[in-house]
Design a protein around this ligand. Structure first.
Ligand code: NDP
Length: 285
């Protein structure tokens, strides 16, 4: 039987409705609108689209968006000055620095300059450490979306064999930690993994975060597995494709996410959620 499709668009839409309601109630109670500042440096067209979509999503959910479009020639010092200003701005509860930054800017000190209390992406070392401890403050948005999608199947994660393909700091590692904290038995695969297909065939849950079109084939999937495709790859004709060979894998998996319309829409919804949670923490202080 073909897999059930985990509809990221529909899940994200529901989350945004819930967030808008939450924001409206919070605003009535406190007079505060959760504020998200997005910082974009340079003219990368894909990044510009992401930032614009985030702004629109903020507005629709009743958050307060601020957008900073800085020229390519912006220096490390100028960017740091802006981040320090946003750190001190009481209207802002979440700060997002759109990656990748231009090559002349060292992204590590920039991400570390973002206040740990406004780190809506969860990339600050403090928040990474809290995530490792199993007590996350800001959970990185894409991994948070991945877990939400797995949980939407109604299947328990506890005790399941999970294989995460990819070990990046922004996707693979945090997804593996979140699964482990939910009591899955987790294996992380990467470019040096031996016999990766055999490892994947053991998995009840497969999360693909590689960046290679159709990398995960149906021979690598156990019958009935949950398959989450994080990959966003552009084909030669300009269309988008995930890391999973969707059609054949769909015939074997129990649940599967499409690309587009899968993990992508969840990431923005989680960014809004992180910003609202942050505003609530500030309001309690
Ligand atoms: P990275 O390039 O940082 O990491 C890719 C990982 O895949 C690495 O750990 C790498 O292994 C592994 N890998 C690469 N080739 C192979 C191979 N042949 N066999 C096994 N493992 C391999 O990518 P990201 O984690 O940043 O992103 C992954 C994908 O997810 C991309 O397509 C990206 O566009 C997408 N993405 C989607 C988001 C969304 O919102 N849906 C958000 C963020 C990313 P090694 O460490 O050994 O090099």
């Amino acid at each position: 039987m073909a897999a059930q499709i985990i509809d990221g668009k529909a899940l994200a839409q529901q989350l945004r409705i819930d967030i808008a309601k939450d924001v409206s109630e919070f605003n009535e109670r406190t007079g505060i609108r959760p504020g998200l500042a997005a910082v974009l440096v340079g003219g990368d067209p894909a990044s510009a689209i992401y930032v614009r979509n985030k702004k629109i999503a903020c507005e629709k959910a009743g958050l307060y968006p601020e957008e900073y479009k800085l020229p390519e020639a912006t220096t490390q010092g100028e960017l740091l000055t802006l981040i320090h200003k946003l750190n001190a701005d009481p209207k802002i509860h979440g700060i997002l620095v759109q990656l990748p930054l231009p090559k002349h800017i060292d992204s590590k000190p920039i991400l570390e300059a973002v206040s740990q209390h406004k780190d809506a992406d969860g990339f600050h070392p403090y928040n990474v450490g809290r995530l490792v401890e199993g007590e996350p403050v800001f959970t990185p948005c894409t991994p948070k979306g991945v877990i939400h999608m797995i949980e939407s199947t109604g299947q328990s994660i506890t005790g399941k064999r999970a294989v995460v393909i990819g070990r990046s700091n922004i996707v693979g590692k945090p997804v593996a930690l979140l699964l482990m904290h939910r009591h899955a038995t987790v294996t992380v695969c990467h470019s040096r993994t031996q016999d990766l297909p055999a490892v994947c065939r053991e998995a009840d849950i497969v999360v693909a975060a590689i960046g290679r079109t159709q990398f995960v084939t149906s021979e690598m999937i156990k019958e009935g597995a949950i398959v989450i495709d994080v990959g966003i790859n552009r084909r030669e004709d300009g269309s988008l494709a995930g890391d999973v060979d969707f059609e054949p894998v769909k015939e074997k998996a129990g649940w599967i996410t499409p690309v587009p319309g899968g993990v992508g829409p969840m990431t923005i919804a989680m960014l809004l959620q992180n910003t609202v949670e942050s505003a609530k923490r500030f309001a309690k202080q």
